[in-house]
Design a protein around this ligand. Structure first.
Ligand SMILES: Cc1cc2nc3c(=O)[nH]c(=O)nc-3n(C[C@H](O)[C@H](O)[C@H](O)COP(=O)(O)OP(=O)(O)OC[C@H]3O[C@@H](n4cnc5c(N)ncnc54)[C@H](O)[C@@H]3O)c2cc1C
Length: 389
């Protein structure tokens, strides 16, 4: 996104991607209204809606006291009052195709950054490997947008402060079974039993399911065999009895070690970190890609002119961090509260068979003025970010 926005402003950008394609299973497909509004500003919203997608606006949780809808995005004041579930590879293909229309944009696939070029304490570009050869790319500004295990961050010697939440997530697909399928009017379902939480999103051809487990319990779950996972899923949602027959091997299950972290400093002379490299977000609320996109927009807004002028100062890089770090901190604090008060309780309740929602959460979701505040922050961001031209 940053490469596209800078290329639109006439900045020369080279984007290095270590893989030969963008195809990764379950890597954040929740495109929130905030990102849809940004795509709308750059004329890409209708093309994103042409990609194969589904929409989630008001998921339903099965609880001890019946169905519970934790949030309803359809009440938000936005052109796009829903989460668009779209494969990340399709979205990235669209963004890079669009960026290729600009002369100054270059995409190098299969190009893995291995080192930083530093001169007199300033980062002047990177060394990267492609096809076994080592190359150099010199740049006025190097941006580490290389994810939660950021190599660029490591090479810069910047350490993230970790706040590891008490859970991990297993992601897998379950098939739709006509006539025996789950009824999920808001596009998603959720439930709980004996210390595990299950969520599912309708992805047209299949259900994308998330199974939350206590942090560190994955090895013992695996030791039970895949039939143990199938049994636990059916304990939560008996209507999935036939669907789970499709799970026959742990290879079908992706493990996400949940992390939440942020760096104290996102920059050094000649270098800026954005997205997961600067702050890995917990999966609560599915904000990760959306906060990364907002970082990209703010960075492009604040740095396009200095880049075109050929000089980026440390103050300008600091200003990007200052603008973004507060929304990140506040959302991480909100995620931590949800994890501690609702998710951790549920994961520890081994004997309980249904998700029990604390009374104050139920009460909160009935107060018209307050109930839309947390979903608004999750879906639209704390501060609305706009693309400047
Ligand atoms: C299993 C899983 C499920 C998730 N689910 C959700 C979700 O539902 N919703 C959500 O919003 N977020 C989700 N996230 C988080 C989301 O994927 C991230 O927050 C988001 O992708 C961050 O974007 P980014 O551009 O900062 O980093 P990334 O998307 O991680 O992109 C970094 C890119 O840099 C490349 N790279 C890494 N190292 C190098 C190198 N040395 N040289 C060149 N290229 C390199 C990588 O190949 C990658 O393409 C999930 C994450 C995981 C792991």
């Amino acid at each position: 996104m940053l490469a596209l926005l800078l290329a639109r402003r006439g900045v020369r950008v080279t984007l290095l991607e270590m893989h030969h394609d963008f195809d990764r299973e379950f890597r954040g497909d929740t495109v929130h209204p905030s990102t849809l509004e940004i795509l709308d500003q750059i004329g890409l919203a209708s093309r994103v809606h042409e990609l194969r997608h589904s929409k989630v606006s008001a998921p339903t949780l099965l609880t001890t006291r019946g169905a519970f809808t934790p949030f309803d995005l359809s009440r938000l004041k936005t052109k796009y009052p829903y989460i668009l579930m779209v494969h990340q590879k399709d979205l990235l293909a669209l963004l890079t195709e669009e960026a290729k229309k600009y002369e100054g944009f270059q995409l190098l696939m299969g190009a893995s950054v291995t080192d930083l070029i530093r001169e007199e304490g300033v980062v002047r570009g990177v060394q990267y490997q492609t096809g076994g050869a080592t190359n150099e790319l010199r740049a006025l500004l190097t941006v580490g947008a290389d994810g939660r295990f950021s190599r660029v961050r490591h090479l810069a010697g910047i350490q993230p402060v970790r706040t590891s939440p008490p859970m991990d997530v297993l992601w897998f697909r379950l098939p739709h079974i006509p006539g025996e399928d789950i009824d999920a009017p808001g596009g998603a379902f959720g439930g709980f039993a004996r210390g595990h939480i299950l969520g599912g999103f309708d992805r047209h051809d299949y259900w994308q399911a998330a199974f939350l487990i206590t942090k560190g319990s994955y090895p013992s779950l695996r030791a039970e065999g895949i039939s143990g996972l199938r049994r636990r899923i059916v304990e939560i949602e008996p209507r999935l009895a036939r669907h789970v027959e499709s799970l026959t091997d742990w290879q079908q299950v992706s493990f996400l070690s949940v992390e939440s972290s942020r760096c104290r400093r996102w920059f050094m002379p000649g270098l800026l970190l954005i997205g997961d490299a600067a702050h890995a977000m917990s999966p609560v609320g599915g904000v990760g890609i959306n906060y990364a996109v907002q970082d990209a927009v703010v960075a492009a807004n604040m740095l396009a002119k200095p880049l075109l002028a050929g000089r980026v100062t440390i103050e300008q890089l600091r200003a990007v961090q200052y603008k973004r770090q507060w929304p990140v901190r506040i959302i991480q604090a909100l995620q931590t509260q949800i994890q501690r008060r609702v998710i951790a309780n549920a994961l520890q309740a081994q004997e309980q068979r249904g998700l029990s929602i604390p009374w104050f959460v139920r009460a909160f979701t009935r107060i018209p003025l307050l109930r839309d505040l947390p979903p608004r922050i999750m879906a639209l961001g704390l501060v609305r970010v706009r693309v400047e031209d």
